[in-house]
Write a protein that binds this ligand. Structure first.
Ligand code: FAD
Ligand code: DHB
Length: 395
């Protein structure tokens, strides 16, 4: 086709410059291991993608240890609790008091910006036609670079960090992976608004109109979510409908409380699913983050789980390069899946407790309210929620 074929070599080829791929790149560089990162989108696209906002203590510690903590520590919001709101009453879960660790509010796209700004190794944006081959012998990635030039990257190992819709998982031959999946009959309509937070902490609200979540990004920017149908059409949600629905679902008996509104800066609808593939590896391809698993967002875990995966992978690769010891690489999937399933259970549980079914089935509703009353009145139950929410120590 008239394209020049260029060949390069690296130790680890990383597909995807989301949190998983970029954190892995930094971890490997800190340990003297070469890598090349390939990203389908432009830099401005990945830096503007509004997504998660809750960082576990372990994620913050890891980013800090990589020298990425300066802006994070300056601009983050540290939270010591969350509120569960039901039957128009708010109940606080004191996370730090119960679980000994706080959480950090800092946008995922800010993490991605920090990771890219601090990266001086090879990172190619706007690549296309990415294809993986020879996964059990001499792993190779072919792609077309931003200038339209066909490239071939030879690696010892490929890290598939290309999210749920990436190509890495699909490169594994049929029959190797077992897929565990659950789709939920709801989605989240998320907005970012230029409005000060109306509460100091996150509010997870159960109401007969559906779930709502009040989160934030800064003293002047709020992040809010509404449970909607999976096939919801954003065109049916003009600003006034979004605000009045948020007001209705976040309403509480306290007359002093009100929801501040403001211009909507961004809006999108995200499907909710639970998804896990097992194993998370094939030959010399290792899947990490959303490429291997998806959790519904109610537990605020997806980004943190992606970071935990690549920590395991970086440790295993370090041992392998240092002494040829492949024990860690062989056990990669098993090590990750223990945490993945704990998080999967917690995210499913939070989702089931907080999202009314579409027909508002009275039996389901009674179970949800019973569970909400239990976690907000029993110290043991609240502690269980808290230790899962703040996250277990990193591997
Ligand atoms: P991604 O961030 O998806 O990154 C994958 C990258 O690979 C992308 O940049 C993509 O462009 C690139 N890519 C794809 N295909 C290719 C290809 N063929 N070649 C090259 N590159 C490719 N998690 C939390 O922890 N806390 C939260 O509060 C939270 N809230 C969320 C709210 C919403 C609305 C959503 C949608 C998600 C939320 N999550 C949350 C989940 C979190 O955003 C994801 O789990 C996280 O982005 C996973 O990181 P990743 O690096 O594995 O995948
Ligand atoms: C946010 C997202 C979540 O999924 C969650 O559970 C809490 C907060 C957020 O975007 O701030």
């Amino acid at each position: 086709m008239g394209l020049t074929d260029l060949e390069t070599r690296t130790q680890v080829g990383i597909i995807g410059a989301g949190p998983a791929g970029l954190v892995l790149a930094h971890l490997l560089r800190a340990r003297g291991i070469d890598c090349v990162v390939l990203e389908r989108q432009t830099r401005s696209h990945v830096e503007a993608r509004i997504r998660a906002g809750v960082l576990e203590h372990g994620t913050v510690d890891l980013l800090t240890s990589l020298g990425l903590g300066d802006r994070l520590h300056r601009e983050r919001m540290v939270h010591h609790g969350i509120e569960l709101l039901f039957e128009r009453e708010a109940h606080r879960i004191p996370l730090t008091e119960l679980a000994g660790r706080e959480i950090t509010i800092y946008g995922q796209h800010e993490v991605v910006k920090d990771l890219i700004a601090a990266w001086d190794g090879p990172l190619h944006f706007s690549v296309s036609s990415v294809a993986l081959s020879a996964l059990t012998s001499t792993p190779t990635v072919s792609y077309v670079d931003a200038d339209g030039v066909a490239q071939t990257l030879h690696c010892d190992v490929i890290a598939g960090c290309d999210g749920f819709h990436g190509v890495s998982r699909a490169a594994i031959p049929p029959g190797v992976l077992t897929v565990h999946q659950r789709d939920y009959p709801h989605a989240w309509l998320g907005i970012l608004a230029e409005a000060p937070p109306s509460s100091e902490e996150l509010i997870y609200a159960h109401s007969s109109r559906g779930f709502a979540l009040h989160s934030m990004r800064s003293p002047t920017v709020t992040r809010l979510y509404l449970q909607v149908r999976p096939d919801e059409d954003l065109a049916e949600w003009p600003d006034e409908r979004i605000w009045s629905e948020l007001r209705a679902r976040l309403d509480r008996s306290d007359p002093a409380w009100s929801l501040a509104d403001g211009p909507i800066l961004e809006r999108s609808v995200a499907a909710m699913r639970s998804f896990v593939v097992s194993p998370m590896q094939y030959g010399r391809l290792f899947l990490a983050g959303d490429a291997a698993h998806i959790v519904p967002p109610t537990g605020a875990k997806g980004l943190n789980l992606a970071v935990a995966d690549v920590k395991v992978l970086a440790d295993a690769l370090t041992a392998w390069y240092a002494s040829g010891d492949a024990t860690g690489l062989d056990a990669y999937s098993e090590a990750c899946l223990r945490r993945v399933w704990r998080v999967q259970h917690f995210s499913w549980w939070m989702t089931s407790m907080l999202h009314p079914t579409s027909d508002n089935d009275p039996f389901d509703r009674a179970l949800q309210l019973s569970q909400l009353r239990y976690v907000t009145s029993s110290r043991a139950a609240a502690t269980s929620l808290a230790e899962n929410y703040v996250g277990f120590p990193f591997p």
